[in-house]
Design a binder for this molecule. Sequence first.
Ligand code: ADP
Ligand code: MG
Length: 763
Amino acid sequence: MKCGAKFINLRTNPKPTQAMSSIRFKALQEAISRQPINVDLPSNKVSDFFGENVFSHQVMQKYLSEGVLKTLKVAIDTNTSIDRATADEVAIAMKTWALENGVTHYTHWFQPLTGATAEKHDVFLDVSPEGKAMEKFGGGQLVQQEPDASSFPSGGIRSTFEARGYTGWDPSSPAFIFGKTLCIPTIYISYTGEALDYKTPLLKAVNALNNAAIPVCNYFDKNVKKVVATLGWEQEYFLVDEALFNARPDLVHAGRALFGANPAKGQQLEDHYFGSIPERVNEYMRDFETESYKLGIPLKTRHNEVAPNQYEVAPIFEEVNIAVDHNQLLMDLMEKVARRHKLRCLFYEKPFAGVNGSGKHNNWSMATDTGVNLLSPGKTPDSNLQFLTFFVNTIKAVHDYSDILRASIASAGNEHRLGANEAPPAIISVFIGQQLTKVLDNFEKKVKVEKSSGKKSLKLDIGHIPELMLDNTDRNRTSPFAFTGNKFEFRAVGSSANCAQSMLVLNTIVAEQLTQFKADVDALVSKSTSTEDAIIQTLRKYITESANIRFEGNNYSKEWVKEAEKRGLPNVQTTPEALEAFVTEKAINLFEKQGIFTKREQEARHEIQAEIYTKKIQIESRIMADMALTQIIPTALKYQNMLITNVKGIKEIFTTSHSYAGVELKSETSHDGGRYEDIADSQIAMIKEISERVSIIRNRTDQMIEERKKANKIEEATAKAFAYCENVKPCFDEIRYHADKLELLIDDSIWPFPKYRELLFIK
Ligand code: ADP
Ligand code: MG
């Protein structure tokens, strides 16, 4: 125990006493007695075991013939389908490798719209008509499965009785072994071909970006044949001791604390951020990191975050499809490994009101098959024009489609973060830093084009950008979409989200924008403008048109809200409202044109998200009512009775009695002349306060239940989500406010569940 601060917290704060309510007492005792679980690494060199559970290129080289390997690679690179014979060979190789590694089952691993990952395990077994058992797995099983998946959300596309959804192998994301199961990443589509998952549209968006970006790259370099989107996510999360977690119904069922007064010591000292990591947490991190490395997830960074018990993990960036799979896999892994360490990992965006929430920054860029990061400012004027092309087009895309980008991060959990004074606001804007602002300003006004030895060259005066921009000082932590040297960082994504949602939107809008750019440039070229001039003219126009999405100031400030309003930038606070942007004519046209979603898919997905929102608020509301009525109010009344007994006692002691004609008379004046009400005045005030607060909690809870009943009668998913958002959810705040005040008033020893100060400190 090195860290003094944590030592003190533990001693002064979560100290169990016998008198405590028994559940809380036991939980605290358990939590405090925990010891770190030491984790042995397979080797001190991560490279010794990195990717050992992945059906990687190296493994394939060993198990596949050269011909098959080549066919597979070409299919992946060119995004074409794989023939059955190749699939059969790959399946046999996978099976052989898996069996050699002690695997018994296989599963198609996919990402339905529930937000979690899904799997259905089958054993590698077949029994012949003669009764002979053997291990079997062929191309058929690899390529396509039909999980009985009637309960996954489909937004009316696939009614339950049809229950037919197909999973299809995604060869671009490698299969892996998880536990004793071979997991094959797959897409998930309905019988009629509509996407029911996140991966399908993401792959389409990646493809759309590729198609749109190649011709633009070819203005600068004819050799570019492929462009991929890259993603490096930064995952924030909270840890809570398992026993304390289990003692809080709200954490168990809703993933967040619906009640809880702020602790005396929260995050105000900011001593947690980048502070030393507690031993128990450190072992947990080592454990999930080791598992991740075996699965080929290239984790790079770990540190404490701002709030107590909050941490972050980030990998080295990868192609977006793989990065998304790795993030989903990691979240699953982190939850599983946490249990080994008697911890619970919370990905909810705002598990504890009053301290910072969790996000998942999505660092995004585009890279060519020639090894160029398209958002990396180049050293020469020519490569700078290429950089500026992709840079400006991204800003223009965000400007034109900010409502859809905002919709892509909308969720019940993220609603608590966006616009709160700690997370990027619900207003989408772009931060690019002082230097690039200057570059764009100059570019918009004038670009010097010098002729030397017959060849034109651009003087953009940005030759030094690479070095300078990578300096961490030029950062704006408050911006939802910030340029950070060689990538954009979409900071408003929620910590529990599947990154595919925001990434598919970002890639689609940039694809659309690049398509438009190509058309604009070519139109100018056809009027005999040189390509270079056409590019410059078009970019200049875009810089002007998209200027109002750029904001360099403090996004948390009130002034920005006013300024954004003046600029006409939307500030959409609630999820149901934000989601509407997915079904506008503009959005439907965009996704149809880029081949990502049909109108039907778009509407179905919108409906699913509205339903998920409703369900989340519904669950929270039920737990809230349950805890208020069966835990908080009874505890308050118990304490009130203690006070009543106390006041009665005072009255008895301090009331003098005398008798007259044999009848005992009581005077409300005590021996020393004081009245008992004066002596017991604080207790009496507390008795009154408890009654008042209990009555408000009771009334608001009843009102909330009534509103829920009304909302439940609404059939249409969007209208229902609005009803939950506008009529049910607003009751939460008042109920909580009074319950938290009671927590601060009532005898600590009878408070029924662990308090923030106990939940938020880990030894
Ligand atoms: P921070 O924002 O905390 O300073 P870093 O600058 O280290 O973090 O990067 C955060 C993430 O951005 C990492 O996952 C990193 O791999 C990723 N990243 C770096 N370059 C790119 C890129 N070209 N494309 C996508 N992600 C990138
Ligand atoms: Mg970051």
